[in-house]
Each structure stands twice: as structure tokens, then as C-alpha cells.
Design a protein around this ligand. Structure first.
Ligand SMILES: [Zn+2]
Length: 279
């Protein structure tokens, strides 16, 4: 599933072609949404933004199109009137005189009246977006130390969209590795310096993945591995999908385990469990 950084890049692309341009066509595959659009069609898109893995397109009439792509949904941008060559089912069309933004396959789509996100079953419970201005390292430290989250194992907590929206599977592994934190540890187990390191890595790795389109490893590492002739995908992360390869920092073999139902990769030496750390 695409994570926050990838969804944010999609939002940027849609904003480029939609914002403040007169809409010539708005169409929804689902009849209950289409009926509402036919009753009253918006004229313009005011903004496009990502909130975690959800995409929010705000219209000039203050209604908001909510779409969560989950595993299947995909946005395409084409010249107006053009359609991609795909076997997917078209679900939404937003067209201007020049471009068409086309959503395929997604089923989690809603048209929200102003303020209605609070009652929305997903958005209403969603934590702050990892890229939001208020999501500073200080804010994250406070949130991690709060009674609600301080006793949750970080391997699970970092994937919990109610804690923080936008982190997913590869970011979780990369953040815990670069912070030197074992996934079983909880905020309660970390001293202030380690907690500060963790919160800095959450922000900086998410930002880096956004800028680079999914890279979390430092540039030198990416170049070094690319020079070995490894496929591009195998050069972009430090531990994610690197099981049984030597850790970039210490040479110990990276291990894979299942955590909160998803694959997690870590270095047993750089990320000691609590017992080893205090031994
Ligand atoms: Zn290591």
C-alpha cells in the first residue's frame, strides 16, 4: 500500500492540474454520489491534500471528496478527454478544459459536507498527519509520552493511523532502524535522548521519502548499491526487504519478523531489545 509520502505526491500532482481551474465535468461511478453531484455540481477545486493515506479534494462549495485508495485504488492524470489503457474500473472523473484526474478501482469514496469529517468512520479517528506543520518533534515526543500511547510497543504504534497518519510498513522499519530502537520497546522504555532521536527520524525520513519518491536511505548508500548493479528497488531502503543482508552500520545480518500482521525488518545489534540494552 502506498504510504503518506506517496499519497502526498499524488495530491501535489492533482493540485497542479485541478486547483482554481473551472471544472467541465465531475462524475462518480457510485449512483448515490452522482445524484448529489447532479443536484449541485461544484465549479472548482479549491485544494487537494493528503491526510495520512487519505486524499481530500475540497471544492468551491465547501464539500470535500474523500478517497482512500487502500490496496487497489489509483489516480491517473491525462489530457482532457483521454483515458489510460487499463482494465481497472473508473470510479471518479474530475475534468477541466485541459486535464482529467481519474480515480480507478478505489471503493472507499465519500462526498463530505463541511465539517462532516468528524463523523466519518476513518477520518474521525485519524491522528495528525506526519507532514502537518504542527507535527514537530516536540509534539511527537509529547504524544509518545501521553497516557494513551506510552505503553504501546513502537513496532505496532508507528503503523497505527490513530497515533500518526501517514506512516506505513517501509517507513516503520526504516525509522526504528535509524533511531536504533527495537520494535518491542515502548516510549516508556526509552530515555529522553532516544525518544528525541526517534521523533527526529519520524519527521526526517517521511520528508526524505516524500522528496525522493520513496527513498529512505542516504544518497551515498543508494549510489553505492546502484554501482553494484543492484536493481533500483534494492537500493532505496536501509533495512526494509534487506533480510539476511549485512546491516549497513554494523554488518550483522538484518532480520525479518511479522509485526502487527506486516513484515518488519530490523538489525538485532543496532536495535537491541530492552534486556540487552540494560545488561
Ligand atoms: Zn546493525
Amino acid at each position: 500500500m502506498p504510504e503518506g509520502p506517496e499519497i502526498r505526491r499524488v495530491a501535489d500532482r492533482l493540485a497542479d492540474v485541478l486547483v482554481e481551474r473551472p471544472l467541465t465535468s465531475v462524475w462518480f461511478r457510485f449512483p448515490h454520489l452522482q445524484a448529489r453531484i447532479e443536484a449541485h455540481a461544484p465549479e472548482r477545486v479549491e485544494s487537494v491534500r493528503a491526510w495520512g493515506k487519505a486524499l481530500l479534494i475540497e471544492f468551491d462549495d465547501a464539500r470535500t471528496l474523500y478517497a482512500h485508495n487502500q490496496l487497489y485504488g489509483r489516480w491517473f492524470v491525462r489530457r482532457a478527454g483521454n483515458r489510460p489503457n487499463t482494465g481497472r474500473e473508473l470510479r471518479v472523473i474530475l475534468e477541466t478544459g485541459r486535464h482529467a484526474a481519474l480515480l480507478y478501482s478505489a471503493s472507499d469514496i465519500a462526498l463530505l459536507e463541511p465539517g462532516a469529517w468528524r463523523e466519518h468512520p476513518f477520518l474521525g479517528k485519524l491522528g495528525p498527519d506526519v507532514f502537518a506543520a504542527e507535527t514537530t518533534p516536540a509534539f511527537l515526543r509529547k504524544r509518545l509520552r501521553s497516557p494513551r500511547f506510552r505503553r504501546r510497543a513502537l513496532g505496532g504504534l508507528l503503523m497505527d493511523q490513530r497515533f500518526l497518519a501517514g506512516l506505513g510498513n517501509y517507513l516503520r522499519s526504516e525509522i526504528l532502524f535509524t533511531a536504533g530502537v527495537h520494535p518491542d520497546l515502548r516510549a516508556d522504555d526509552l530515555d529522553d535522548a532516544t525518544l528525541a532521536r526517534l521523533t527526529r527520524q519520524i519527521r526526517s525520513l517521511a520528508q526524505r521519502a516524500y522528496r525522493t519518491g520513496g527513498e529512505t536511505a542516504p544518497k551515498a548508500w543508494v549510489r553505492q548499491r546502484a554501482a553494484l548493479g543492484l536493481p533500483r528497488r534494492a537500493c532505496r531502503q536501509l533495512v526494509f526487504e534487506r533480510d539476511d543482508e549485512p546491516c549497513a552500520a554494523c554488518g550483522t545480518l538484518v532480520r525479518r519478523m511479522d509485526y502487527a500482521g506486516r513484515r518488519l525488518y530490523f538489525c538485532p545489534r543496532c536495535q537491541p531489545a530492552a534486556e540487552a540494552e540494560h545488561a
